[in-house]
Design a protein around this ligand. Structure first.
Ligand code: FEO
Length: 395
């Protein structure tokens, strides 16, 4: 069945119902690789799909036009979920030109080692397809150095590459096919932002401002993953909020444990946070995937990270989580380490060092107990949790 965004513009992507691991990110709802075909005097394909989905994309193209009749390909992004199918597509289509950013050209050459008919475009470059025109917008580091977006002027459709995307497999293609977004979609949109775009908050804020300055109006945003937005305002507002680093009065207790002592402290902190008026969550690092935890980190105002000391170090799962979190550059959060130890007790100090390296606000030197916490120590942890909630999680 043809999926038409506006007259003559079609979705020709692929649905990956089964993917559950996207370079380490848990994609429990699957994904889509969205590609778009513009039928004009110059038939233009915007992006391709992951390599193994090329037959699915070609079958969708075939319903609209012979793939060999495609004149132009636009490559908004080199990453292989969008360019993996480019080589096979180019060999079949033999396009007159492939439009990409200067960095995109260099990186596509590096990936494919092929001398295709590249044409570099920059912010503001225009391309006539006949009756309609494309304008390009470079968006370096959103989220790769090569990234760009493509705007179909006459129809006010923004092909936004990864931005505004969500890993979400569905038979639906548009946000408004039901009165509300499908159950779970808003979560996947947030999860995608947290895991892919959180480090780029400042760039996203700048981009959104630039869009206003340029007077670009969007009737539709067509990202490379998830649904196409015929009502872009909610997703634009959500991005504005996330990019600004806005937090909620929400405290997370994130921990691992050897013999349940750190776990006892974790529960005491959660009780304290609740008593202090916070929305609290408890996450055991071997029970909740780290990509789900950082989704909650995105708008949390306080992080309490717990670890026992193992071989003079923090627990490996805690180190893994902190490494992942550090790369995502969380901002506007208070934080503290805690844990139980038996011999030497280095874990809390090491956690605090990592939290400081992330430029989070360290709010306490850390809370630690030797072996099993006694009732007084648990009461102290609870009281500290309540105090931290009152002081750092303003409503
Ligand atoms: Fe969906 Fe950066 O690739």
């Amino acid at each position: 069945m043809k999926v038409e965004l506006v007259p003559g513009v079609f979705w020709v992507g692929a649905i990956d119902w089964n993917i559950r691991d996207f370079h380490g990110y848990l994609t429990e709802a699957g994904s889509t690789y969205n590609a778009y075909l513009i039928v004009d005097d110059k038939i233009t394909l915007i992006d391709t799909v992951k390599k193994e989905f090329v037959p699915e994309m070609m079958a969708r193209i075939q319903e609209i036009a012979a793939p060999e009749d495609i004149n132009y390909i636009v490559s908004n992004h080199v990453e292989m979920d969008h360019s993996g199918g480019l080589a096979e597509t180019v060999h079949r289509v033999k396009p007159e030109k492939i439009f990409c950013s200067p960095r995109g050209r260099a990186d596509l050459l590096r990936h494919f080692k092929e001398t295709w008919p590249f044409e570099e475009v920059k912010t503001g470059s225009e391309l006539s397809l006949g009756r309609r025109n494309l304008t390009f917008l470079e968006t370096p580091m959103l989220h790769w150095p090569d990234s760009m977006m493509t705007y179909l002027k006459e129809e006010q459709v923004l092909f936004s590459s990864d931005a505004f995307g969500a890993h979400f497999a569905s038979s639906r293609r548009f946000d408004d096919e039901l009165p509300e977004l499908p159950e779970g979609y808003s979560y996947q949109l947030k999860k995608y932002y947290a895991n892919i775009l959180m480090p780029m908050g400042t760039l996203i804020s700048q981009l959104l401002k630039k869009v206003v300055e340029l007077g670009l109006e969007f009737k539709m945003i067509a990202p490379d993953h998830g649904l196409i937005y015929r009502n872009p305002q909610p997703v634009l507002s959500a991005y504005q909020k996330w990019a600004a680093g806005t937090t909620e009065p929400k405290g997370l207790v994130i921990y691992d444990t050897m013999w349940h002592s750190t776990e006892m402290l974790a529960h005491a902190f959660v009780e304290g946070l609740i008593e202090g008026g916070a929305v609290a969550q408890l996450h055991h690092l071997r029970s909740t995937h780290y990509s789900n935890i950082v989704t909650e980190v995105l708008d949390a105002g306080l992080l309490l990270i717990g670890s026992p000391t193992l071989n003079n170090n923090m627990f490996p799962s805690v180190a893994e989580f902190l490494t992942y979190l550090k790369g995502l550059k969380p901002k506007n959060k208070a934080a503290m380490g805690f844990g139980s130890y038996g011999w030497s007790g280095q874990a809390v100090g090491l956690i605090n060092k990592e939290l400081e390296a992330m430029q989070l606000r360290l709010v306490h030197e850390g809370f630690q107990v030797k072996y099993i916490p006694d009732p007084e120590e648990l009461a102290a942890a609870k009281a500290l949790g309540a105090a931290l909630a009152k002081e750092h999680l303003k409503r």
